[in-house]
Ligand binder design. Structure first.
Ligand code: NAG
Ligand code: NAG
Ligand code: CU
Length: 161
């Protein structure tokens, strides 16, 4: 009796949480970070990028930088002006629009021969269940807060059930 109620509550919580859009932080290169001779093409092929997600570049700023480029510059490993590089060593880029985005390192031959380049395809924000509403920051916050509040209420109900 008690345990079937707990299972039901867990299922309800999962349904609620699945309708909440959560932004993901994609750590480029995972534990390796942004460095030479890591296959970022492979890394990027293993994940789904959505509007609202973040790309996080962790690297040694004395050795690497980050340029967002277009497809033409990407193919030829040519770079925008140096002052347009990200170069703090810990750069977060929010993915604000759908479509292809290209990233390279602009130092030495890291793009052309050391694999410091990758392309991603950003998909629309995960739509909350029934009708896909226009995406806005306010909406995500409201639905997140709603989900958390509901799960909390359900959890409290479980304790007193
Ligand atoms: C990186 O991974 C991709 C996808 O798995 C593969 O096609 C490519 O050959 C790899 N590049 C290198 C230099 O190993
Ligand atoms: C890519 O950017 C370069 C430099 O800003 C520009 O000259 C070129 O036309 C762009 N190519 C495309 C396909 O947008
Ligand atoms: Cu580099």
């Amino acid at each position: 009796m008690a345990s079937s109620r707990v299972v039901l509550i867990l299922l309800m919580s999962m349904v609620l949480l699945s309708s909440v859009s959560l932004a993901t932080n994609h750590i480029v290169g995972d534990d390796k970070g942004w460095t030479v001779d890591f296959n970022y093409t492979q890394w990027a092929s293993e994940m789904v990028f959505r509007v609202g997600d973040n790309l996080v570049f962790n690297y040694d700023p004395s050795r690497h930088n980050v340029f967002k480029v277009n497809g033409t510059l990407f193919q030829s490993c040519t770079f925008p002006p140096a002052n347009e590089a990200l170069s703090t060593g810990k750069d977060t880029i929010q993915l604000k629009t759908e479509g292809k985005k290209w990233y390279v390192c602009g130092i030495a031959d890291h793009c052309s021969t050391r694999q410091m380049k990758f392309v991603i395809n950003v998909l629309p924000e995960a739509a909350p269940a029934p009708s896909p509403p226009p995406s806005s920051a306010a909406h995500s916050v409201v639905s997140s807060v709603f989900g958390v509040v509901m799960v909390t209420i359900v959890g409290i109900a479980a304790i007193f059930a």
